[in-house]
Design a protein around this ligand. Structure first.
Ligand code: HEC
Length: 150
């Protein structure tokens, strides 16, 4: 006996009808907000090619500064082992560029939907904080991490 069947007949009809309306509305908002279907790992930043070639030293120096300013250094080391978070030495070699950019700018969303991020959370048992890092700042941080992975 479904819990619904105790309701008088109009109630039994209205509840499923409401569910349909709600579902339909949800669909419309999603379509309006995101014309291109989002991939499974939704919170990625704009997909751009990974930087290759020589290190941009000025950008890497800016990244090194941001690593302190944005308190990355309180949870991460680059070489020397883990702290609250993983050692970031060689992270640019073991992870994809767009994944790293997404993790730096939107760790909270990544920890909700991305399988790799969730696995790291199980391992480290502390969620990485969202430090309000812009895409440009993340790019500088990436260059710093790329420099120190070579
Ligand atoms: C509060 C501590 C904390 C702060 C602050 C923090 N992180 Fe993290 N970070 C973590 C933890 C913990 C993980 C592992 C995933 C998890 O548990 O959330 C992680 C994961 C990462 C990863 C993925 C590492 C891998 O091995 O794949 C990158 C890259 C990263 N952080 C970069 C940064 C950068 C850059 C900053 C500064 C803007 C930063 N983090 C600030 C704790 C932190």
């Amino acid at each position: 006996m479904s819990p619904n069947s105790r309701l008088p007949l109009p109630g039994r009809l209205i509840l499923p009808a409401l569910a349909l309306v709600v579902a339909a509305c949800g669909e419309r908002t999603e379509q309006a907000g995101q014309p291109q279907a989002a991939p499974a790992a939704a919170p990625t930043v704009a997909v751009t090619p990974a930087p290759t070639g020589p290190i941009d030293e000025a950008l890497a120096a800016q990244g090194a500064e941001l690593f302190q300013q944005k308190a990355c250094a309180s949870c991460h080391r680059v070489g020397g082992g883990r702290l609250t978070g993983p050692d970031l030495e060689d992270v640019t070699e073991r992870r994809a560029y767009n994944w790293i950019m997404a993790m730096i700018t939107k760790p909270d969303s990544m920890l909700k939907v991305d399988a790799t991020a969730r696995q790291l959370l199980m391992e480290y048992a502390t969620p990485m904080a969202n430090m309000n890092v812009s895409t440009d700042e993340a790019r500088a941080l990436y260059e710093f991490l790329r420099r120190d992975s070579q």
